[in-house]
Design a protein. Structure first.
Length: 162
């Protein structure tokens, strides 16, 4: 016997898509307005394979949150480069070689997706984030482009509140 379609499956419903350019990210000591682009969190669930005679059984392995890529504008004032190096210095001071404690350099970040009228429609909390790598961009006499900073942020886990 054939399945019968429900009203939910048949009739069109109005919906509003989330747009990529409607977001704010909050990072201590880095102004939100210089954050140009950011990845939303992603997770990879590893795999454990159990062999038995001539078959395999697959189970979920360790869950690993993937690094975030963040692009910042680097204005003259406030200096995006200075804000990034101050965060890095909490974990490693180049002049002295001193490393910091995790409770000093790891931060909780907040990401909000916005609706069409500026309302917060999605909130991610990124727990235990630190700068894994930073690239302060390049300069070129032939270019009239903005200087941008590329960050790779590693973190412990993320929570989607809504």
């Amino acid at each position: 016997m054939a399945d019968i379609l429900t009203n939910e499956e048949i009739f069109f419903k109005d919906w509003e898509p989330k747009l990529q350019n409607r977001f704010f990210m909050y990072i201590d000591d880095i102004p939100s307005y210089i954050i140009k682009a950011v990845d939303r969190p992603s997770i990879n669930n590893g795999q454990v394979v159990i062999d038995h005679i001539n078959v395999e059984r697959k189970l979920k392995g360790k869950s690993r949150w993937q690094d975030l890529n963040i692009t910042l504008y680097d204005p003259i004032v406030p200096s995006g480069a200075q804000a990034v190096i101050e965060w890095i210095r909490l974990g490693h001071e180049s002049v002295t070689g001193r490393d910091g404690y995790a409770d000093q350099y790891k931060k909780d970040l907040k990401f909000h997706a916005l609706g069409p009228v500026g309302d917060k429609i999605e909130e991610w909390i990124i727990k235990g984030a630190y700068v894994n790598s930073a690239n302060w961009g390049s300069m070129d006499w032939a270019q009239e482009a903005n200087v941008e900073i590329q960050l790779t942020i590693s973190f412990d886990y993320a929570v989607l509140n809504y």
